[in-house]
Design a protein around this ligand. Sequence first.
Ligand code: INI
Length: 158
Amino acid sequence: MKTIEGSVNGSSKRFGLVVARFNHFVTEPLLDGAVAALKEHGVGDGDITVTRVPGTFELPPVAARLARSGRFDAIIALGAVIRGGTPHFDYVANEAAKGTAEVAMRTGLPVAFGILTCDTVEQAVERAGEGASNKGWEAALAALEMADLNSQLGAAGL
Ligand code: INI
């Protein structure tokens, strides 16, 4: 039996990050967590590119553009959708989930989903704290593992 599994070693891998500015008090800590995780796992500062967009709804098209550029091994999308009194939440959250998944499926490049969908500001802030409970950190770990898995699958001719 053969098992192929990615590791979280990011040396010589390049990552494109796209961050929503909406709810920046949550998304900037998510970005900090993601960048810290990448660097902790061997990614060079020059191999990290950060782009910012107005809101989570705008994440998928920019993720697609980064993915198609051929310059990255994985993309990390970071945003925070917090439920208000309007149906806007569902539209933004659904489109972001559908859109980022579609980018990954169409391009074959991993797109990590670091987008919080929370009922309250408190829940969002809780998920953007220091350390491994930070969802940006978690998304970066997924991107690292998937980037390495892709390399290994390629090396195995799969
Ligand atoms: N964008 C977010 O990133 N989070 C939200 O909670 C949010 N809400 O609730 O409205 C939000 N809206 C803006 C949206 O992402 C777009 O930027 C806007 O609709 C313009 O296209």
